[in-house]
Structures are given as C-alpha cells and as structure tokens.
Ligand binder design. Structure first.
Ligand code: ZN
Length: 242
C-alpha cells in the first residue's frame, strides 16, 4: 500500500503536479497543511487535492490565517500580503474546504497528522531533539507526521529515550526503527537550500518511509508570482531553497 504524504504545498500548483506525476500509483493521500499561502495558485491546488483518492487533510497556520483564525500580525509582512491576497481570490467552495479541516487528526491507528507538532499543531517547530521528545510525551499514536519546518527529516525515539535525527541521504525506503516523527519536507517551498520539491511515500504494511525529491518548473511559478504582484521574495527563494 502506498500513501502519498505531502505538506506545505503553499499554492504551488506546478510543484504539486510534478509530485503527483513522480509518485505514480497511490492508494491514499495524507496532506499535512499549509495548502495555501506564499504562492500563486491557491484555487488550483485545493481543487487538485480535493480530486485525489482517499484524501485525509489537516490545516496549517497559513490556511488558518487565510480564514482569519490567526491574526495577520502573526505573519511576517510578505507572508501576510499573500495571506490577504489568497483570502481575496479564494472561491467559496475552496474556502469551505479549508474551513472543514481540523488542525490535527489520527490518520490511522498508528499515525497522527499534525501540521506543526503534536503538542501545538499550529505553531511549534519540531526542529530539535528536545521538542521532538516533548512531542512523543503527548502523542497518542506510535508515530506522527508533521510539516511546518519545510525540512525533510525524521526523529526517532530510541530505547534509552534519546531522540535520533535523520536527514535523508538517498531516496531509499527506511523502516521505522521506533516511535517516529516524520516530516516529508515541503512540496511548494523547500527550505533546506535544496530547491527540489519534497514529499514522501509511506507504506503502512511494511512500516516504511521513503523521502523523495524532484525537479519542477520553478521559473514558471516565479513568473506567476511576479505577474500577480505577490512579493518578489516568494519568487526568489524558490530557486535557492530557503
Ligand atoms: Zn508552511
């Protein structure tokens, strides 16, 4: 069984389409939030997601910002501009879809989905061992899949309660070695100085996690960002991966 794990698409339809092509046949899709924000294609991205088979989806902080559930002052000025623009152009149906999403949910008996962290699904960055350890303490399932940092990484709770952090060295499936917090990276705005779009394939039967990176047409997305009058910064960062 192949479950496509996507996060932080951020209104980048070109990257999402490239991921779907690269992923091949999939049985389910689990989406970890920040569907919109920053990028130029909020409606296209939501509509494409809604058409995918067996979708389970949660909302991220940018989705909540667009719905006015988080104050604009919580975002940096350029991110806030995209939040305001997205709220203006979003169709009624797509807005209703975002409104229907929880901020975290169990996707199965073994995996919880949370945009940021299991402790704080909206804001907390799981980027170090300490935060990961605190997350394991409150996590009701063996594993959690999280996004928000835009960096592909896994955090494994070892026998001695230490947390091991792994960055993927190659595109090879790894078997979870213990309780794991897994981040597929960002489809639409990677931030590890690698501009390739990031996602993962999870196989619940084999208990494997396969982090993947693929190229997409970045200049096409940058052109749309500039044409729509969204901040230049959102275009520049895509080719540098920050
Ligand atoms: Zn994000």
């Amino acid at each position: 069984m192949r479950v496509l794990i996507v996060s932080d698409i951020h209104s980048n339809f070109t990257a999402l389409e490239a991921v779907l092509q690269d992923a091949g046949a999939i049985d389910e899709v689990w989406c970890l939030g920040d569907i919109v924000g920053y990028g130029p294609d909020p409606n296209q991205v939501i509509e494409r997601l809604r058409g995918l088979p067996n979708l389970q989806c949660i909302a991220g902080n940018h989705d909540a910002g667009v719905l006015d559930q988080i104050p604009l002052s919580a975002f940096n000025p350029d991110a806030a501009k995209a939040v305001v623009w997205t709220a203006r152009v979003l169709s009624k149906d797509n807005r209703a879809f975002l409104e229907s999403l929880p901020s975290s949910k169990p996707a199965s008996t073994v995996v919880t989905l949370a945009h940021a962290s299991p402790r704080d699904p909206v804001w907390e960055y799981v980027a170090d061992q300490y935060t990961a350890e605190l997350s394991f303490r409150v996590l009701a399932t063996p594993h959690a899949f999280v996004g928000h940092t835009h960096v592909q990484r896994t955090f494994t709770l070892l026998q001695d309660d230490q947390v091991r952090i792994d960055t993927p060295a190659a595109v090879t499936p790894v078997v979870f070695a213990g309780r794991t917090l897994a981040n597929p990276g960002s489809v639409g705005q990677p931030r590890d100085r690698n501009p390739l779009s990031a996602y993962a394939i999870f196989d619940p039967e084999r208990n494997t996690w396969e982090p993947r990176r693929i190229a997409y047409d970045i200049p096409a997305v940058q052109k749309r960002i500039i044409k729509l009058g969204l901040p230049d910064r959102h275009a520049v960062r895509l080719s540098a991966g920050w």
